[in-house]
Write a protein of this length. Structure first.
Length: 148
């Protein structure tokens, strides 16, 4: 079953993508929850027309995202965490702490658009996180975990 995504769906696609999914997933989950609509021929025509009209706005949004990415590339974050004497962190550092550190630097980035190299960071050291600002704009942000 082909569907047109109405919003970003994690591990499936971005808003306005036409994706092929299993019939049950599309008709029982995506469509009733409002995440997608069935990709009928008429819906595809309307979708193509909407994309054509939005192309100019998307270029402006992409340019703004690229400017933010250029500023973020030069940003270095330092995140404090409680650690043991051997350098292990009590708990872990995740995207919430990185998002808060970015807010302190003046960037309002949603935690869902930040991807860490590992699921959980449990030791002090230097790491890189990938921040997705736009469908086509991604930037790596260096951050360091230090003992408080």
């Amino acid at each position: 079953m082909e569907v047109i995504l109405l919003q970003d769906v994690n591990k499936l696609g971005q808003k306005d993508d036409i994706v092929l999914v299993k019939d049950g997933y599309g008709s029982n989950y995506l469509i009733p929850k409002g995440f997608a609509v069935a990709a009928t021929p008429s819906a595809k025509k309307m979708h193509a027309e909407n994309l054509r009209q939005r192309a100019h706005k998307e270029e402006k949004i992409k340019a703004v995202a690229q400017e933010v990415a250029n500023k973020l590339a030069d940003t270095k974050l330092v995140i404090g965490a409680k650690t043991s004497s051997s350098g292990k962190i009590f708990g872990s550092v995740n995207t919430i702490q990185i998002s808060e550190a970015l807010k302190d630097k003046g960037f309002d980035i949603d935690r869902k658009s930040i991807t860490l190299p590992e699921d959980q960071i449990k030791e002090i050291g230097k790491y890189k996180a990938v921040v997705k600002l736009h469908r086509e704009v991604k930037v790596e942000v260096d951050f360091e975990i230090v003992a408080e």
